[in-house]
Design a protein around this ligand. Structure first.
Ligand SMILES: Nc1nc2c(c(=O)[nH]1)N[C@H]1C(S)=C(S)[C@@H](COP(=O)(O)O)O[C@H]1N2
Ligand SMILES: [Mo]
Length: 201
């Protein structure tokens, strides 16, 4: 699991402490807040929903980025089941143990390349990289891509999460930068914003 991410020495961030091994077996994902039908899905039920694969980079505000084909569930396919109540504007992610949270504007979480990801380059994600399932929001700095998620909530307002209360911006807009490209071990320039697949040089 996650042998490719590991082989590239992709950094492993667990600000709240590494949770140890986590298993798909017994994992559940709760969806609540401003939805019409709150529910709790088992991992099996998640796998039964359409699987999407998107080419995109995860880019950290600490200036590294890793590219691959991320696979998982598209939020729209989940929200089709739960329905969306009027006034829902953000999705708030809760990681395992509920210490790490973050909020993402609903339109960004519903964009084509945003996922609830459970695979990278065809391999299941292990706990190091946010398995069994994590947010993957390539349009924003990586701290919005909460790992090992157990709950999502639709909310009317952004609620400051783990890094937001420690001073990182709520918007998390990726800025033009020089970043360490994890795939090639080179420094690359990025434009930021929507440029989630290609590098400038
Ligand atoms: N639960 C949890 N999710 C998290 C983090 C964390 O510390 N804890 N770090 C975030 C940050 S800052 C980044 S850049 C990415 C890094 O993902 P990786 O550790 O899989 O490389 O995860 C994000 N999700
Ligand atoms: Mo990050």
């Amino acid at each position: 699991m996650s042998t490719k991410l590991k082989a590239m020495h992709t950094p492993i961030f667990w600000a709240e402490g590494h949770p140890g091994p986590l298993s798909r077996e017994g994992w559940t994902l709760e969806i609540g807040g401003l939805v019409e039908r709150p529910m709790r899905l088992t991992f099996e039920e998640i796998l039964a929903l359409p699987r999407r694969v998107v080419p995109a980079r995860l880019t950290s505000v600490t200036r590294w980025s890793v590219f691959g084909h991320w696979g998982g569930l598209h939020l729209d396919d989940l929200l089709e089941l739960t329905g969306v109540e009027e006034g829902a504007a953000y999705v708030r992610f809760f990681s395992h143990r509920l210490i790490y949270t973050t909020s993402v504007p609903l339109p960004i979480a519903r964009r084509e390349h945003s996922l609830l990801a459970y695979e990278f380059d065809g391999e299941p994600l292990n706990a190091d990289y946010g398995g069994p399932i994590r947010a993957f929001i390539p349009y924003l700095w990586g701290y919005k891509s909460a790992k090992s998620i157990v709950r999502l909530e639709l909310t009317a307002y952004a609620i400051p999460g783990y890094w937001e209360v420690r001073g990182y911006s709520e918007e998390a807009t990726i800025l033009p930068s020089l970043i360490h490209d994890v795939n090639t071990h080179r420094w690359r320039r990025i434009r930021g914003g929507d440029e989630i697949t290609e590098f400038l040089d």
